[in-house]
Design a protein around this ligand. Structure first.
Ligand code: AMP
Ligand code: FE
Ligand code: FE
Ligand code: ZN
Length: 285
């Protein structure tokens, strides 16, 4: 019998409890192996703290591990997420950027909780209990605290009712611009890819001129296949990426139990993955 070659199943956007996912990096990689993935990137928000654990787990399961990160940035009032792959985690500029983002996230979460505590039985102590040691804090942890208090059913309800951008409890946080993050990722030898650029429902939608600005700053790829993109969004983004020689990725944006997104629900083509590896510039040690 001729052996059939298994197609590569490549998922380049996942979160562990090192940010707002619900599983440890080890559990996440085990779930990726069970889902039949061959390549997994860990892209926690503003941290690389999960890389070592995920890499060890991937080796144990025979999976390829791609170190990544999702950098929080802001363009005017619009939150923009820039995925970084294979960058040097010791590069000082990028390190400073994510360290500032994490600090600002803590101050913001405290203020957010103060606002919520006017109307709900919630405190910083209860929220802090939801955050794994050293993890990047975000609104999902506040959601988990509201769930633990029996105030909401799940994260989705917490976002719909209290945590969304137009909520009276909402507090912004301070981060760099997308162009600065893209330049810093390049400087660190990484590959910058804009995450879910047309996720309108979450207020992330970017226009064409903005995408050209990102290309001028060094953008290498676009996350095209993502559950927050309609078929029309995907067609438009795919054509835009092809016109501009950008890598096209498809990913789950898995958050464990925190979201319905399933590992491998969107995948990246092996040729785009090869191009992503090709564009990384390992920093000489
Ligand atoms: P923050 O990092 O504090 O700005 O919170 C944004 C994060 O919340 C995103 O990275 C998502 O993981 C998560 N999120 C946004 N909307 C929802 C939702 N409806 N249900 C669950 N998680 C969500
Ligand atoms: Fe998230
Ligand atoms: Fe994101
Ligand atoms: Zn994400």
């Amino acid at each position: 019998m001729t052996p059939t070659l298994e197609p590569m199943r490549i998922d380049l956007h996942t979160h562990s409890a090192t940010s707002d996912g619900t599983q440890s990096p080890t559990e996440l990689v085990a779930a990726a192996a069970a889902a039949g993935l061959s390549v997994i990137a860990l892209t926690d928000h503003d941290t690389t703290a999960g890389w070592a654990e995920a890499a060890a787990a991937a080796q144990a399961h025979g999976l390829s591990f791609i170190p990544g990160m999702e950098v929080s940035t802001k363009l005017d009032a619009l939150g923009v997420h820039i995925l970084s792959y294979l960058h040097d985690p010791n590069c000082p500029e990028l390190q400073e950027t994510i360290s500032c983002a994490r600090n600002s996230r803590v101050a913001r979460a405290k203020k957010f909780v103060e606002n919520l505590s006017r109307d709900f039985d919630i405190s910083w102590e209860i929220v802090y209990r939801q955050v794994a040691p050293g993890a990047t804090i975000g609104r999902p942890h506040i959601a988990d605290a509201l769930i633990s208090q029996g105030i909401v059913r799940d994260r989705n309800q917490a976002f719909a009712e209290m945590l969304h951008r137009d909520s009276p409890y909402y507090v912004p946080y301070t981060v760099v611009s997308p162009a600065d993050a893209i330049a810093q990722i390049k400087q660190a030898g990484g590959v910058p890819v804009v995450a879910h650029p047309l996720a309108r429902a979450r207020g992330h939608s970017l226009d064409e001129a903005t995408l050209y600005d990102f290309i001028a700053a060094g953008l290498a790829g676009i996350e095209v296949d993502h559950r927050d993109h309609s078929p029309q969004d995907r067609d438009w983004l795919r054509a835009f990426a092809e016109r501009n020689n950008l890598i096209i990725t498809g990913s789950s944006d898995y958050h464990g139990r925190g979201k319905p997104n399933a590992l491998g629900e969107n995948l990246t083509h092996k040729d785009d993955f090869a191009e992503l590896l090709h564009r990384a510039q390992p920093v000489p040690s």
